[in-house]
Design a protein around this ligand. Structure first.
Ligand code: AMP
Ligand code: ZN
Length: 113
């Protein structure tokens, strides 16, 4: 398996893990764009949002709820935080294993660049 995030999930490449369970792993982004920049990824390989099916609905819900819980644990539930899924090239997706970015700890501009 050549997928970078599959290798992180498998422990073959190091990452600073902040949460894991049977279905998800969350770890710090190696190039953080905010004081909190965590990636929430499923253990199962799904390349892009385009590959999701109804069978993944529960999994995606867990990703969103876990990212929210991690932001809340750092006190960003009231001040605000951002969750982002990039899909394919024009959105800036560079790792083709779905991941939810969770960014918090600074004011974030909108619209995104
Ligand atoms: P995206 O551009 O949405 O595909 O996001 C990929 C993210 O993965 C980027 O924010 C990268 O900084 C991050 N990233 C790349 N390699 C690693 C790594 N080895 N460990 C943690 N995060 C990584
Ligand atoms: Zn993968």
């Amino acid at each position: 398996m050549s997928c970078l995030f599959c290798k992180i999930v498998a422990g073959e490449i190091p990452a600073v893990r902040v949460y894991e369970d049977e279905r998800l792993v969350a770890f710090n982004d190696i190039n953080p764009q905010a004081p909190m920049h965590v990636l929430v990824v499923p253990r199962v390989h799904v390349a892009t949002l385009n590959d999701l099916t109804a069978e993944h609905d529960g999994l995606v819900g867990e990703m969103v709820r876990r990212g929210t819980a991690l932001a809340k644990a750092r006190g960003f539930d009231g001040s605000g935080f951002r969750t982002v899924f990039n899909c394919n090239a024009q959105a800036g997706q560079t790792v083709f294993h779905i991941h939810l970015h969770v960014l918090g700890g600074r004011a974030l501009a909108w619209p995104p660049g």
